[in-house]
Design a protein around this ligand. Structure first.
Ligand SMILES: Nc1c(NC[C@H](O)[C@H](O)[C@H](O)CO)[nH]c(=O)[nH]c1=O
Ligand SMILES: CC(=O)[C@@H](O)COP(=O)(O)O
Length: 211
């Protein structure tokens, strides 16, 4: 294989993802293979790119066809959580400032202490910086494979563009079980490689991409 036909050419050094919040959505079809891909993705995010475990959300869906709607829904929920949190903090600060104007420092300290309980740490919530959708499609004896693969690839592209969030296409579209096993780093092939590693790095790179 020439240097021009290798797979993903990783960046020279591992990007720092310690500030990122990442969502992994995976399917429950072909679960042994999907589980290996999810592990490869997760381990790359945490060990190589230092994404904090508490900032990685993992959700599952029945099959690949459900990935686009799940990604869109969960991205929207996270954004709404963030909007609610900002509104909550703004209201709390207004209460504190109001109390500080109307009463002594002592009551203001009491108000501040009371209100801090209602402020959820940003680390546990907030919008996702990247979403990785993981699934395995294996060709059967009908055209079902083709229709799902086409719908999912276009659907995930649309979600990423519409939501302005990097959505990594982590769906293997394989003609045989062996092809899927090899691309999950399983099986006996010398060329086996866990593509989840590539997807984790792609998510961090795209999340940090800026001018
Ligand atoms: N055959 C595979 C499927 N099929 C199920 C669909 O993805 C979907 O869950 C169903 O049509 C209900 O909407 N899913 C996979 O992920 N992998 C397959 O090989
Ligand atoms: C990817 C699929 O939907 C496929 O596994 C279903 O198999 P079949 O085409 O034999 O129904």
């Amino acid at each position: 294989m020439s240097e021009f036909t290798k797979g993903l050419q990783p960046l020279n050094d591992a990007l720092d993802g310690s500030s990122l919040r990442v969502l992994i959505v995976h399917t429950r079809w072909n679960s042994r293979i999907v589980d290996a891909l999810v592990k490869g993705t997760y381990d790359t995010l945490t060990a190589k790119h230092h994404v904090k475990p508490e900032n990685i959300a993992v959700r599952s869906v029945p099959g690949a066809y459900e990935l686009p709607s799940a990604a869109q829904r969960l991205i929207g929920q996270a954004q709404q959580q963030s909007n609610n949190l900002i509104a909550n903090v703004t209201d709390t600060m207004a209460d504190i400032m109001g109390d500080m104007v109307d009463s002594s420092d002592k009551s203001a300290q009491k108000t501040a202490a009371g209100s801090s309980d209602s402020i959820t740490p940003m680390g546990k919530q907030g919008p996702f910086d990247a979403v990785i959708c993981i699934g395995v499609l294996i060709k059967g004896s009908t055209q079902h494979f083709e229709y799902i693969a086409d719908a999912v690839s276009h659907g995930l592209m649309r979600v990423g563009l519409d939501q302005n969030v990097p959505v990594v296409f982590g769906v293997l579209t394989c003609l045989t079980d062996d092809q899927a096993l090899e691309r999950a780093g399983l099986g006996d092939s010398d060329t086996r490689h866990n593509h989840g590693e590539d997807w984790g790095s792609a998510a961090v790179e795209m999340a940090l991409l800026k001018l």
